[in-house]
Design a binder for this molecule. Sequence first.
Ligand code: A2P
Length: 329
Amino acid sequence: MACNKFVTLSNDEKMPIIGIGTWQASDEEIETAIDSALEAGYRHIDTAPVYGNEQAIGRVLKRWLDAGKIKREELYIVTKLPPISNRPHEVEPTIKKSLADLQLDYVDMYLIHTPFTICINPDGSFKMDEEGLMEVDKSTNLAATWLEMEKLVAQGLTKSIGVSNFSKEQVERLLKNCKIPPANNQVEHHVYLQQRDLIDFCQANNVVVTAYSPLGSKGIAKFNAQAGLKRDLPDLMDIPEVKDIAVAHGKTPAQVLIRWIIDTGVVAIPKSTNAARLKQNLDVFDFQLSADEVAKLCALDKNIRICDFAFFHGVERHPEFTFKNQYTN
Ligand code: A2P
């Protein structure tokens, strides 16, 4: 059965409260995973050009749509303006490239992937300076980029627009400077990085929050290692309190982590390429966390940011970069 729990956005569009995250999955893995996800009832798919899998996702969607197994309006597709294209004149051509890759006429949500902009060489590789640090484009003008995002809605290329990895201050700045308010802010959110301030602010201003890395993004370890970063990341599914609550309900730690997120009206996009785990991550509506359990989970906050973009060496020099490496180990 399709996920039938939705959040309503400020423009009255409805977004399924659970979607499938697709970062760090190969083309082959993702084709199988999207097939399994659609079979399991997922309708919300979160992708981005940076993940390199829009074409693979597009192939699966086309198969399902052509076979009449699903209607376009039943799907909720999110993609993003990448950090290398975060400039006003790149907005329209970039969404058009994503739409061509996804084989769609429109997406449901288009997000500015990061508030910062990074530079590339003509061959597409990242531009590095003599110190081996990534060159950043400090001329980023979020209000000007947003103006172009708004035009995409009028053109019918996306139903809604939003942001990702934006701080409270950055969201606030856009809200003061827009015709169409951002409908969504997609940020890292889980028991160890709760970001209550940011979430409360967004929700008070009708900006739906989507939680990425809801399960702690174990797969990021490989990515960090490739970038030469050594980091012992916590395993959220191994936290004793989470495990105890899971046992008490006959559910898994992943299901507890997801339920805790969506119970506050935050959308969760757990990533999995495994058919059984995909199913499990959607099967979270047959139990209820007690107030005491919610309090225990809320008390776990440690301000540990797992996806701090440290793998983009030098990006912290961008004026719109607001994360610090808060990882304390
Ligand atoms: P896999 O794709 O092999 O299932 P996040 O969504 O926080 O980025 O976390 C994704 C990571 O968690 C992936 O490594 C994924 O592995 C794993 N994962 C996803 N769902 C579950 C689950 N239900 N139980 C255990 N691990 C899971």
